[in-house]
Design a protein around this ligand. Sequence first.
Ligand SMILES: Cc1cc2nc3c(=O)[nH]c(=O)nc-3n(C[C@H](O)[C@H](O)[C@H](O)COP(=O)(O)O)c2cc1C
Length: 176
Amino acid sequence: MKRLLLMSGSIACAKATQLISTWVKQGDEVRVVCTPGTLNFVGEATLEGLSQNPVMTSVYESGAMMDHIHVSRWADQIILCPATANVINKLAAGIADDAVTTVFVAAFGLQKPLLVVPAMNTMMWQYPATQVAVNTLQDWGVTLLAPEQGDLACGEQGAGRMPEIEDILKKLEHLV
Ligand SMILES: Cc1cc2nc3c(=O)[nH]c(=O)nc-3n(C[C@H](O)[C@H](O)[C@H](O)COP(=O)(O)O)c2cc1C
């Protein structure tokens, strides 16, 4: 299975790297595309080391200038995890101003299995624009794994917590 992991700048990035190691261990090929913000939470060396592939952090990388088109054609499955409030809102507005949003927008019409896994503070999750964006993406056919209630990294409690890796893997098994 060829997995394309899109990552954005959440405290849940470190947890999301477990997806990469799980997939690689089971023999999957993994490519990672991430926003610049992601690299505040997890290093490019970790993402490249775990995925055993170069990481795409910009659409303007010399020698890989059309990869924003090619990676999604290559992939069997596309997973946006963690998905920040920022990225979710941008996608619903059609904004493609970094590698993740550009790849997503360029991939959407391919109708490949595509999962969005939000992770954020409760207030960010409940922010009206975020809720509208989530509903918009779902109306367009995007599968979204709802965040869990519980203790958040910021010390608050509520909805917004990224689901456990096992639950994400389970959801992906049935993704069409
Ligand atoms: C410590 C820390 C943790 C953060 N965690 C989250 C998060 O879980 N979800 C989220 O939407 N934003 C989170 N943010 C804010 C985003 O990093 C910020 O909105 C950023 O602009 C997102 O950029 P990106 O979506 O391009 O990666 C966090 C910021 C900091 C400093």
